[in-house]
Design a protein around this ligand. Structure first.
Ligand SMILES: Cc1cc2nc3c(=O)[nH]c(=O)nc-3n(C[C@H](O)[C@H](O)[C@H](O)COP(=O)(O)OP(=O)(O)OC[C@H]3O[C@@H](n4cnc5c(N)ncnc54)[C@H](O)[C@@H]3O)c2cc1C
Length: 380
């Protein structure tokens, strides 16, 4: 029977980054992906990378991710297409300004000193298509930006393979064998594999992998849409990623066009990824309010994918005490592309060195049983 030190379930950004970090430390890894690498949430993602979160741990994790993306090509030999065009959060409600004043203090305290306030007049200069009539203020962080989900996933996967990791596509994990309270192996559509450690990187399907070991992992799938316009010179490639925080409408330059998205906060969770064109009309209505010129931009293409959300919008990282040999790197709640570079490094350190350079205990699964949830509030 085939065997491995570690079996990773899922070949999105989370699984591929982890396979790379483990293989780099000479761990014998098998990654199993039932579709193709990076084809699910990762392939649907907007590529946003930001450090402007509401919890200190997310800011610390994201500062590390940005550092890793800055040196990605040097490290893996593959491009990340990481363009640090900055993120501009736009506020129209007094409460948001108040909340982000606190965030700003915290950001500066934890070292994100380049983040700063921008007033409506400056925002209009940075993003000329922006309607700033009702804007009370904005935050801007110039080291935030966008990277290519495909490039980063392919880069990690290729580098992992070069280091000896076995990444397999078209192989579904169908069960996990447990004996005496610990993992013994996985059952798959391609045969059984003996292992003492399984890491759940199954994104929106993380709960189904949890059920294989008798756990309820609170990750639910929420449909999220993206539309990309044709050529749109009014939003040049240097324009920051711009987020209308009240509606969650966001847009950034994509090629010579514009990529935009918005969350439908009323839609219940479901494994649905077809495009709801009625909802996209609402996206364009909001775009017409916040950036009127965008209303005239035609849609070149649109798609929908799944967020993998937890009740507190925080990832689930690390070992799960109830089942020895079962770990999670999932539940990123719509910020998994940007967090995976740091999360995979920190989990590898925790596994091999028993301590990670950033404390990730606040992301532990046991928080749900304790009921001590600290919700990440800066979600889009
Ligand atoms: C529209 C949209 C926009 C987004 N924008 C951003 C953004 O700007 N920035 C950001 O950071 N994040 C963004 N996200 C979120 C981001 O895409 C996800 O957080 C991230 O891709 C999660 O990666 P993952 O590897 O955990 O999951 P996935 O990429 O979904 O990978 C999980 C994999 O597990 C596989 N799998 C499941 N079950 C099994 C099984 N039984 N056996 C084998 N394989 C299995 C699946 O096929 C899948 O490929 C966005 C998401 C969407 C939908």
């Amino acid at each position: 029977m085939e065997s491995a030190d570690v079996v990773i379930v899922g070949g999105g950004i989370s699984g591929c980054a982890l396979a790379y970090q483990l293989a780099k430390r000479k761990v014998d890894v098998v990654l199993l992906e039932r579709e193709t690498l990076g084809s699910q949430s990762t392939g649907k993602c907007a590529g946003g990378v930001r450090q402007q979160f509401s919890t200190e741990d997310n800011v610390r994790v994201m500062r590390l991710s940005v550092k890793l993306l800055e040196s990605f090509e040097q490290e893996t030999g593959h491009p990340a297409d990481f363009r640090q065009i900055g993120y501009l959060f736009v506020f129209t409600q007094p409460q948001q300004v108040e909340d982000f004043r606190h965030n700003m203090e915290m950001w500066h305290r934890v070292g994100l000193t380049e983040a700063r306030w921008v007033d409506a007049a400056e925002a209009a200069k940075m993003v000329p298509v922006l309607n700033v009539d009702d804007v009370l203020g904005c935050t801007f962080c110039p080291t935030d930006g966008i990277a290519s989900p495909n490039d980063v996933t392919v880069g990690y996967a290729a580098a992992a393979r070069r280091l000896g990791a076995r990444l397999k596509e078209g192989v579904e994990v169908t069960g996990i064998d447990i004996a005496s309270g610990r993992v013994q192996g996985v059952r798959t559509s391609g045969g059984d594999i003996a292992t003492r450690l399984v890491i759940n990187c199954a994104g929106p399907w993380a709960a189904s992998i949890g059920r294989m070991v008798g756990l309820e992992i609170p990750v639910l799938p929420y449909r999220r849409h993206i539309a990309v316009t044709g050529s749109f010179p009014a939003v040049p490639r240097s324009t920051p990623m711009t987020v209308d925080f009240h509606t969650s409408l966001y847009f950034h330059p994509e090629g010579d066009g514009v990529l935009m998205g918005m969350s439908d906060r009323t839609e219940p969770p479901a494994y649905v990824t077809d495009v709801n064109w009625d909802f996209l009309e609402k996206v364009f209505e909001q775009a017409a309010r916040r950036a009127p010129a965008l209303a005239s931009a035609g849609v070149k293409t649109a798609w929908a994918g799944l967020y993998e959300s937890t009740p507190d919008h925080q990832a689930i990282l690390g070992p799960i005490a109830e089942v020895e040999g079962f770990w999670c790197a999932t539940g990123f709640s719509g910020h998994g592309f940007m967090q995976a570079p740091a999360a995979s490094l920190l989990l590898t350190q925790l596994l091999l060195d028993k301590k990670s350079e950033i404390d990730i205990s606040s992301f532990a699964f046991e928080r749900f049983a304790r009921g001590s949830l600290v919700t990440e509030r800066n979600i889009i």
